[in-house]
Design a protein around this ligand. Structure first.
Ligand code: RUB
Ligand code: MG
Length: 462
């Protein structure tokens, strides 16, 4: 039919020629359509298409058609190429998602439709911010290398006054922890006003830094009802006297939206931008046939400029997840090159082979650039943040599935539920990490580390 003629090209010569953003969907047609017909409907709706052929089409508008370019009938997979000139100029992630996982998820032509992987051409990466302040910058501030950054979420998640909240932060920090985050629902509640919370956290941090001689970081939820309140919260923190590097801004990126993420990235390029992903399950859960994968969410977070995003505990914690999904996503945002579920993504903006272009850029920048420094040649890394039902006992099992230590943990009850309280919980976490680094089994290490022994006793076995 005519839809297929316009939106299918199984002979597309070179989908990776730089003109297209590529996507792979799992697709089960709804109603009477076969997979190719349904795929053509998807490509049409997510680019130039309409229900009926319109007379306003032009020769150029047809160049902007998305194209189904590959099929796997056995696995019900379809590959779609989107000419990326379709997308808003100026690096707008919200706009891309409106196209590629927008109306199509609600169409009656499908009964299952999930975007499993995406691929961005280098030419497109150049237009997007990517992260500004990275976990490497945070490591430099903390003086912490070669181990996970150890963090917590204050629990009970809500109900503490601002002074009580800050006391829990203090306890965690003096116990040896590096990083504390607001739980994502914490905002400006009457029993815990935002300005007081900021003030008390500052005092608690100063005190903990003085007593331990270590730097500490706090991630503040700046998600808000509107732009002005969001910026007001950021400015309150910036002006509270914190050292640059000691605070992060948290946006709950799915409920607050991609515009909030990109706004903070552009306004505060030197602040760690923490992407919490509440509600992602509505799109990503494996049993949900409609949506997108954790990998897709994570890749877009890097593109948008999040410094870090939750990627899941790979089944080790309380949330649904598996190494096949969570670890693949984590690696795809950490490394300069990584293989996803289908695509091999390079986050390099300029082709390695293009020496002339490199030298040209080198001269243009008019300052010293190390040729293999990822920060200008490729999009910077985005850090996996690992949360949800972890505790000190589960640290090593998680590191083993993750395959590296370049992540931030934010264990909530895994710290505060420790029988001796938060401070001991933090100590147990630090001890579990030390044991890992020394290659000693935690049971062995616990023999002369009381807090770890109590944690092993208390927390359910993995
Ligand atoms: C964790 C917590 C986090 C979510 C995030 O607390 O409150 O918001 O679990 O999940 P706890 P994810 O450690 O007490 O479970 O990181 O998978 O998005
Ligand atoms: Mg939470």
């Amino acid at each position: 039919d005519s839809k297929q003629a316009a939106y299918v090209n199984l002979e597309l010569p070179d989908p990776t020629n730089g003109e297209y953003l590529l996507g792979v969907f799992h697709l089960i047609p709804g109603g009477e359509l076969n997979i190719l017909q349904a795929a053509a409907e998807i490509a049409a709706e997510s680019s130039t298409g309409t229900n009926f052929k319109v007379n306003t089409e032009t020769k150029f508008s047809r160049v902007m058609n998305a194209l189904v370019y590959q099929l796997d009938l056995e696995r019900n997979l379809v590959w779609v190429a989107y000419p990326w000139r379709l997308f808003d100029r100026g690096g707008n992630v919200q706009n891309i998602l409106t196209y590629i996982v927008g109306n199509i998820l609600g169409m009656k032509e499908i009964s299952a439709l999930k975007l499993l992987d995406v691929w961005f051409p280098p030419s497109m990466l150049e237009q997007y911010d990517g992260p500004g302040f990275t976990v490497d910058d945070m490591r430099e501030y903390l003086g912490v290398y070669d181990r996970p950054i150890l963090g917590t979420i204050v629990k009970p998640k809500m109900g503490l006054t601002s002074a009580e909240y800050a006391e829990v932060c203090y306890d965690f920090w003096v116990g040896g922890g590096d990083f504390v985050k607001n739980d994502e629902p914490q905002a400006n509640q009457d029993f815990c006003p935002y300005d007081k919370m900021v003030m008390h956290v500052k005092e608690a941090m100063d005190k903990a830094v003085k007593e331990t001689g270590q730097k500490k970081v706090h991630s503040f939820n700046v998600s808000a009802a509107d732009f002005d309140i969001m910026i007001e919260r950021c400015e309150m923190i910036v002006n509270a006297g914190f050292e640059p590097g000691s605070y992060a801004f948290l946006i709950d990126g799915i409920t607050a939206g991609w515009m909030a993420i990109q706004t903070i990235r552009r306004r505060y390029p030197n602040v760690f931008l923490h992407f919490h992903r509440a509600a992602h399950g509505a799109y990503t859960r494996p049993e949900n046939p409609i949506g997108f994968s954790v990998l897709v969410l994570s890749k877009f977070a890097r593109l948008a400029g999040a410094s870090g995003i939750h990627t899941g505990t790979a089944g080790v914690g309380k949330m649904k997840g598996s190494p096949a999904e969570d670890v693949v996503a984590a690696h795809n945002i950490q490394y300069l090159n990584s293989t996803g579920h289908f695509f091999e993504q390079s986050w390099t903006k300029i082709m390695d082979t293009d020496k002339d272009a490199i030298n040209l850029v080198h001269e243009d920048l008019a300052h010293h650039v190390i040729l293999d420094d990822d920060s200008w040649r490729g999009m910077k890394k985005c850090c996996p943040i690992v949360s949800g039902g972890l505790n000190p006992v589960r640290l090593k099992p998680f590191i083993d599935v993750m395959g590296n230590v370049d992540f931030i943990t934010t264990m909530g009850s895994g710290v505060h539920a420790h029988p001796e309280g938060t401070r001991s919980g933090a100590m147990a976490l630090v001890q579990a990490c030390e044991a890992y680094l020394k290659g000693v089994d935690i049971a062995e290490y616990a023999k002369d580390h009381k807090e770890l022994a109590q944690a092993i006793e208390f927390f359910p076995k993995v």
